[in-house]
Design a protein around this ligand. Structure first.
Ligand SMILES: C[S@@+](CC[C@H](N)C(=O)[O-])C[C@H]1O[C@@H](n2cnc3c(N)ncnc32)[C@H](O)[C@@H]1O
Length: 375
């Protein structure tokens, strides 16, 4: 075992339940992202960086993130159609023993996919995230290509927001960060020994103003990080999803960032398609209410409340409503018309001055939200 290892886990560890849920969402989203990139007429080279890749395998032989992101591409039903696009994968792992295990997984790839696809390149590195990312940035000559960055550290060390910002300068960059938020909550602002790490993580020292305990503390730190991702990294769309365990406790957050509204919509579609995974599932909040992904019955109550409040007293085009739903709520575009506006109209919570058929909202339909609504 490496003497430098900060966590207490062995080289290869048992896969916890929440990791399976994390992987499911990673794969579901990447399948959609590869399809957007593969069909693009402009982007002929794209990259996936798994900066904290781990050993590539779990104790009972379950695949780690490197294998899963490759499967999301190469086993995709449309992969054959994307032969003009070059896909570059880079897996990085700092711990030498875990890197060794990762390297074995990478070496075995040509057995898993034979013949190996000519348009897919895989590299593995044994560096710290900061060292490797700085080196990559220093060597970029012709600008960055569209990138999906997966940042999956243990805890809060070595994930400086300034570095993330520089890696994501290119317009078509996406970021998926999975955080053990419990440890941020426990240690942020708790002493000179660690506070420089939090300053690098948040890109500000404002975390010292977090309430000292309770739910407010977690909310403060979570909201600060989300705001910083938006501001520091100039990400137009940032959403976080809490990983809820069977006791209703959130220990981890997944933050997703993009500048592309369509990609943002796809991310949420992927979230909603998730089957509830064992003891864990993802949650978001809207209009003061929890929104649970993957539950059998779609509850658009929180979305109805948010729309009624956001558009109160206005008549707007249906496109404006759909874009608001994508940009500012946990819901996606496919849940707006039939599942949300139709029942709102049936209850008299909206009307339309130009609708041809009640309950239908084709392009050009105007939607009127009254000044005040009753539930
Ligand atoms: C949560 S695990 C990664 C799990 C993996 N992404 C997966 O889903 O299968 C975090 C990994 O980051 C590695 N690590 C810790 N600090 C690092 C650093 N500064 N740079 C790169 N890797 C680091 C750890 O050794 C560990 O294997």
């Amino acid at each position: 075992m490496s003497p430098k290892r900060g966590d207490k886990l062995p080289t290869v560890w048992e896969r916890p339940a929440h990791t399976k849920a994390k992987h499911d969402i990673l794969v579901a989203y990447l399948q959609a992202w590869f399809a957007i990139m593969g069909h693009s007429n402009w982007d002929k080279k794209v990259a996936v960086f798994d900066w904290f890749a781990g050993p590539g395998v779990y104790a009972n032989n379950e695949p780690g993130s490197p294998l899963l992101v490759l499967e999301a591409l190469i086993d995709h039903g449309h992969f054959d159609r994307w032969s003009d696009t070059e896909f570059i994968f880079l897996f990085n792992e700092q711990d030498p023993a875990r890197y060794h295990s990762l390297q074995e997984v990478v070496d075995s790839l040509p057995n898993r996919w034979s013949p190996w696809p000519a348009n897919v390149t895989v590299g593995a590195e044994n560096r710290t995230f900061s060292e490797l990312a700085e080196e990559l940035l220093a060597n970029i000559k012709n600008g960055l290509i569209p990138t999906f960055a997966f940042i999956d550290p243990f805890g809060y060390k070595d994930a400086p927001i300034d570095l993330i910002k520089r890696l994501l300068q290119y317009d078509k960059a996406e970021l998926f960060i999975y955080f053990d938020f419990n440890s941020v909550n426990r240690f942020a602002g708790k002493g000179a020994g660690v506070d420089h790490l939090f300053e690098a993580l948040f890109g500000t020292d404002a975390f010292v103003h977090a309430p000292s305990s309770g739910r407010e503390r977690g909310e403060f730190l979570h909201n600060l990080y989300e705001d910083q991702l938006r501001k520091v990294c100039s990400m137009a769309y940032v959403r976080s999803f809490g990983m809820v365990n069977s006791t209703g406790h959130i220990g981890n957050y997944l933050f997703f960032c993009t500048r592309n509204l369509q990609a943002f919509d796809r991310m949420k579609q992927a979230m909603w398609k998730l089957a509830p995974a064992g003891d864990y599932r993802f949650e978001d909040r809207l209009a003061g209410q929890p929104v649970l992904f993957g539950s059998a019955d779609l509850d658009t109550g929180p979305l109805q409340a948010a729309l009624a409040s956001h558009f109160a007293g206005r008549t707007v085009l249906i496109d404006e409503v759909v874009n608001y739903v994508i940009a500012d709520t946990p819901y996606h575009s496919g849940q707006v018309k039939v599942k949300t506006l139709k029942p709102m109209q049936a209850k008299g919570r909206i009307s339309s001055p130009n609708q041809r058929k009640t309950g239908q909202f084709p392009a050009g339909t105007l939607v009127t939200f009254p000044q005040t609504t009753t539930d």
